[in-house]
Write a protein that binds this ligand. Structure first.
Ligand code: UDP
Ligand code: MG
Length: 312
């Protein structure tokens, strides 16, 4: 038996309605575990009474820890803050809305005891999500796997358990671009997948919108690959070659056949097409420049209001 304390990390942003149910389930599961647990909530700047509810639960439960962040930072950062503050020699990340069934924790722990370092849950069906979300998510992972050197598991969220070794590796990653799914793949180690059926949200509403998802997708691609930059270079070369060939055609037509000057439509097409291409290229370069800009400032990626532990 290697694991003596398991940290259960729950990032929570306006999850007041889910908390009682989640706590009840966690207590049931914790009672069946062969080790101690630490229930670590990260309050990600909730504007409802999530923090008060956590504090109320904490009064009667010494296993509860709450890291209260100074504002809302987003799930990725909240998870990082939790990993930094956890004291367990294994850690599992759970969503507060019970979409990640806590009943799977014993099986994940068994995986860690077997010697795996990263035991992740993968969804066998996502029938509670709309087809467009499923489809776009699939395309995102395909593209990410195709362009980056790390392999990112499809249909896998942040529902995972890490060994002490993997936790140590995650804590050593200091970049401010925190795409956790990519970082989990980036650290490597022995991984194991456990299938599960994802239920719909227990209560409350999802915090994601299309804009946030697009932001996450762009960050995922740009922080794990410079291939988009290379694609720009190749496109530039291809367009230049085509332009030279066309130039020769135009010259021959003008000099040998005495073509009268015309061609306003084709000139416009070429200018607009190239203008679009140049702006797209600048946009892609700008994304990478943005990463360098954020990274060079070396700003801490979260600030903690207070850490509440119930120790006596
Ligand atoms: N979350 C967070 N900060 C945010 C948004 C979400 O900590 O800014 C937490 C949220 O409380 C939940 C988890 O991240 O525990 C997953 O969020 P959600 O259920 O809204 O995402 P979905 O399951 O719809 O992808
Ligand atoms: Mg959810």
């Amino acid at each position: 038996m290697k694991t003596t304390l398991l940290s259960i990390l729950i990032p929570a942003y306006n999850e007041s309605e889910c908390l009682p149910l989640l706590y009840e389930k966690l207590c049931e599961v914790a009672a069946t575990l062969p080790c101690d647990v630490e229930i670590l909530f990260v309050n990600d700047g909730s504007s409802d009474d999530t923090l008060d509810r956590i504090k109320a639960l904490q009064q009667n439960d010494r296993r509860m820890v709450c890291v209260d962040l100074s504002r809302n930072y987003g799930k990725e950062t909240a998870v990082s803050a939790g990993i930094d503050h956890a004291r367990g020699d294994a850690l599992v990340i759970l969503d507060a809305d019970l979409q990640d069934p806590p009943e799977l924790i014993p099986e994940m722990l068994a995986g860690i005891e077997e010697g795996c370092d990263d035991v992740y849950g993968y969804r066998i069906s996502r029938r509670y999500e709309r087809w467009f979300k499923r489809w776009s998510s699939r395309q995102y992972y395909r593209l990410l796997s195709a362009i980056s050197s790390v392999e990112v598991q499809e249909n896998t969220g942040d529902f995972r358990m890490f060994s002490a070794k993997a936790l140590d590796a995650l804590r050593r990653i200091k970049e401010s671009e925190r795409n956790m799914k990519g970082l989990f793949s980036c650290i490597g180690f022995r991984k194991k997948g456990i299938p599960y059926e994802q239920p719909p949200r227990a209560a409350g509403r999802t915090k994601w919108n299309w804009f946030k998802l697009l932001d996450l997708a762009i960050k995922g691609w740009t922080s794990f690959s410079v291939l988009p930059l290379r694609v720009i270079s190749f496109t530039g070369v291809a367009v230049s070659v085509a332009a030279f060939v066309y130039l020769a055609v135009v010259l021959v037509k003008a000099l040998i056949f005495g073509d009268p000057v015309s061609g306003y439509p084709s000139t416009m097409c070429v200018i607009l097409f190239l203008g679009g291409l140049v702006l797209l290229a600048l946009g892609i370069i700008g994304e990478y420049l943005g990463i360098i800009y954020r990274e060079t400032k070396q700003r801490p990626y979260y600030f903690v209001n207070e850490v509440l532990r119930n120790e006596q």
